[in-house]
Design a protein around this ligand. Structure first.
Ligand code: ZN
Length: 407
């Protein structure tokens, strides 16, 4: 059976085959001629030829079928289809190469622009316009009188000898002023030379190189094994802290003698990342459960107490993460032998800091005043404790794409 016979002719339009499918919502015709189709719809993309359907193989993507809410999807799938022969690795390599080519181009463009700007600025500064070498020589030639002496030698006569002696004697008489004259000129020259200060530009160069090091295309899983905790450099008794890595990779922090102490993580929190941080709090024989977990501003990390900032305190006072979101108060107050694990979730960009008991998440509290998280400040995880029998053990640290619904 050939194609012609397979298709019926239109009753209304003799000579026209019913070779189309119209699939507009509430206007579906499985066999329709082109004249009818044009009358029934203005949406040409809702019409497909039967032959297109019949020939569609395994890899064929229709440009508007099945109906989807987002029309771009057909194109996207089609493009992926074209690329399907290249491996994912090839696609990544291409993307990354393009990124670096553009980065280089943009950086070069920017540097060329800056260089030209500085050049034209330089031309406008009078001081830099003189030819320093010639001025030096002018002064030197003048005070050395070398041409006068030269002339006297050339026209050697009876009094030349006498005259040369006089000139040199004169040089000795003027030794102080001549020295000063050259020194004055040299120091003026130094002042001008020092107007070009490379210190800041070199610092900026280093910063740029450091930032480039941060380019990373793959989110690395972030684990407790990769971090360290450090002692606050000058806050009260912090230097007598003991920080040790346990066999299970967890980090135990305790005081060797009673005294206020702060310890903070060795990295600055990325405001755009979502962190999950867990710590075990142990009061042991001392009931004053002054055990704090929170975040400290970079500028305060070596000088301030944590309970002035954003923190959870097992004692229940001096804390800002206390607005109950679920259950009851998380803290147990003054009590010996507290041994509990808490989880803290941090997403600075969205001003989220929550804390819950782990692993049950029965009680959840969040930061009462979210404005305490400053947009342009840098923060680190930190803990504070006082008594030598108390312990804070950092048990877990990770970043996630999305926080789950537990709290
Ligand atoms: Zn028709």
């Amino acid at each position: 059976m050939d194609q012609e016979k397979k298709q019926s002719q239109c009753n209304i339009h003799p000579g026209f085959n019913n070779n189309l499918l119209l699939f507009e919502e509430n206007n579906i015709h499985s066999k329709i001629c082109s004249v009818c189709a044009k009358k029934l719809t203005k949406k040409i993309n809702k019409v497909i030829e039967h032959t297109e359907f019949l020939q569609a193989d395994q890899n064929y993507i229709f440009s508007s079928f099945p109906p989807l809410e987002d029309e771009d999807i057909y194109d996207i799938i089609q493009n992926l289809q074209i690329k399907k022969d290249s491996s994912l690795q090839e696609i990544f390599i291409e993307k990354i190469n393009n990124y670096f080519i553009t980065l280089k181009k943009e950086i070069n463009k920017k540097i060329d622009l800056l260089q030209n700007q500085v050049k034209s600025k330089l031309i406008k500064i009078e001081d830099f316009n003189q030819n320093q070498g010639n001025s030096f020589l002018d002064i030197y030639n003048e005070i050395s009188s070398k041409f006068d002496i030269q002339k006297l030698y050339k026209e050697y006569s009876q009094d030349s000898d006498q005259r040369i002696k006089e000139i040199i004697q004169e040089k000795y008489q003027n030794i102080k002023s001549n020295t000063e004259k050259l020194q004055k000129y040299l120091s003026e020259y130094q002042v001008i030379i020092n107007k070009i200060n490379l210190k800041t530009p070199i610092e900026i160069q280093q910063k740029i190189l450091d930032i480039l090091d941060q380019i990373d295309f793959f989110e690395k899983p972030f684990t407790i094994e990769e971090i360290e905790f450090e002692k606050s450099k000058s806050y009260k008794s912090s230097q007598s802290l003991q920080i040790q890595r346990l066999q299970n990779k967890q980090i135990q922090i305790n005081q060797t003698r009673d005294g206020s102490s702060v310890s903070y993580a060795n990295f600055i929190l990325d405001p755009n990342k979502k962190y999950i941080f867990r710590a075990r709090l142990q009061t042991n024989s001392h009931s004053d459960s002054f055990l704090l977990v929170g975040i400290v501003q970079e500028q305060d990390k070596d000088s301030k107490q944590l309970y002035d900032g954003i923190c959870y305190n097992e004692r229940g006072n001096n804390m800002t993460i206390k607005k109950i979101v679920k259950g009851n108060n998380l803290f147990e107050g003054y009590k010996t032998n507290i041994d509990k694990e808490i989880e803290m979730r941090i997403h600075l960009a969205q001003k989220i800091i929550k804390v819950a008991n782990y692993p049950n998440y029965e009680n959840v509290a969040e930061l009462e005043n979210k404005e305490l998280i400053l947009q342009n400040a840098q923060y680190r995880l930190a803990v504070e404790l006082y008594y030598s029998v108390h312990k804070i053990i950092i048990t877990h640290l990770s970043t996630v794409d999305q926080f789950d619904q537990q709290m």
